[in-house]
Write a protein that binds this ligand. Sequence first.
Ligand SMILES: NC(=O)C1=CN([C@@H]2O[C@H](COP(=O)(O)OP(=O)(O)OC[C@H]3O[C@@H](n4cnc5c(N)ncnc54)[C@H](OP(=O)(O)O)[C@@H]3O)[C@@H](O)[C@H]2O)[C@@H](O)CC1
Ligand SMILES: [K+]
Length: 546
Amino acid sequence: MTELLTAAQMRAIEAAAIASGEVTGLELMERAGRGVVEAIFEEWPELAPSWGPTPKPPEYLLQDDEEGKLRAVVLCGPGNNGGDGFVVARLLHEAGWGVEVFLYGDAEKLPQDARANYERWMKAGTIAMLDTYLARRKWGCDILIDALFGTGLSRPLCGFGDLFWNTSDARDCHVPQFGHPRGRPAIVSIDITSGVCSDSGRAFNLEDCNPNAISAHLTVTFHRAKLGHFLSEGPQYTDRVIVKDVGLTLRPNEVRPVVTISAPYANWLEKDDDHKYKHGHVLILSGGVGSGGAARLAARGALRIGAGVVTVGCPAAALVENAAQLNAVMLREIGDSGDLADVLGDERINALCVGPGLGLGDRERELVSFILGEGGVKPRPTVLDADALTLLAADQELFSRLHSDCVLTPHAGEFARLFPDIAEKLNAPSSVGPFYSKVDATRDAARRAGCVVLFKGANTVIADPKGGCSINTSVYDRRAPWLATAGSGDVLAGFIAGIMARQFAPVYAAWMGAWLHTECAIKFGPGLIAEDLPEQLPAVFRDLGV
Ligand SMILES: NC(=O)C1=CN([C@@H]2O[C@H](COP(=O)(O)OP(=O)(O)OC[C@H]3O[C@@H](n4cnc5c(N)ncnc54)[C@H](OP(=O)(O)O)[C@@H]3O)[C@@H](O)[C@H]2O)[C@@H](O)CC1
Ligand SMILES: [K+]
């Protein structure tokens, strides 16, 4: 688990460290700049000054360059992000690079530490206004440093001409070419790509401009990654994020900061030597004839992830269809709440999954209502997905019966139906940052529902009613776009139910289920269909040492 910070938390940590005398702001800025230069040389070792018998770049890097130097252009903004840029300019200059610095804003108004580094740079080189660089209409560098805005960006940008579009083109269509005067540079953003809100990942919208931010090959951030690196559009604007230690020891003052989910421990997933019912029994409710595929996918997921027994319950007419498709999964007739009461008479059924392919009629409403405690049935850990979410959205009375052992797993459309006002706030165009984020929205939804909410998407956010929140990252090195395939959500619902049957608390089941779901997709790769996901679990488990 890695903590992710908001801009305010980062500022508070920085301020507390400075107030305690642990470090000065100027020293922090120096460490930040040093971290950026280190990260550049780690990412592109051929640029580092220290390889080979002599501290000199190889011939191919020098051949077209008049001065025989690697060249950097550093674009500095009006705040401390710009201050970091002046440090990077000085350090690259000291490493023998040709460096040009361009400023956006008024040098007289730079904050104190940025101003100090501006003056230090002025002893080594010169500074021109950003417009001068934009008017040149050529890159003229091997590395372009984006030190325009960091965590202090609070409103839309203007005056950047084609810069955002050009960086997007350079990143998406070309490999950086070092040492060629007309080559395209590697683009490195300091802290966060300029134009993106560090709390929400949303880019500040410009009416006449798309893209709305710098696109970078590499972003170097400090102490901890920020929420905006993982949420919304944030990951679209950078290929990679590296976190550099700047010697800060403090943690955020929030009791439960947002974390990224990491691999579950092998011993959590292992089964002990016991009989099948010791590993739990999941009941999955299915729809009628021709609608059972989603429930069967969920059932396969629940069984593979380690539930001891999985039963699908369906109306009488669908028994033959399901029997023809299921082997290890058991089958029961559940036509109405009376049948359901009979089946739930088996106390060993300790987790339920309801919604995939269920249907939206009176029977289904009655079943969901019964599961949520109508008629005094004991509430059990329950995943509510797909049609169950639609039923909940249409029925306030049903929604009010959600309990703390429930997990809701909406995608964006279902989320908007369930929590229309929250979704509206999340999607509202806004010009003043920081924006309301997917983390804020999921936390608010979980508080209102009184249970765990797993808000699906390229990055899935999981929140519990007490404010705990985590992100299952599927970007950067965990990118798995082929997960967007029919039925993959049904498998996820089955994974979570299967883990709950193993007696994990709902929030842990949601974390593990989401992480393993992404991992199965990564393991399989392109061409994945939902049926493949549970079949990857044995290999994923082996990798984890289970
Ligand atoms: N925290 C740490 O530990 C460390 C932090 N460090 C670095 O500091 C960075 C944060 O610095 P920061 O707070 O000065 O913010 P930053 O993004 O540089 O810019 C703020 C300026 O931009 C202005 N402005 C805003 N929007 C604008 C717009 N649309 N168009 C024009 N102007 C706009 C805004 O003006 P204002 O809103 O006040 O009018 C203000 O002048 C952080 O990202 C990291 O790189 C490291 O040095 C060391 C460790
Ligand atoms: K930046």
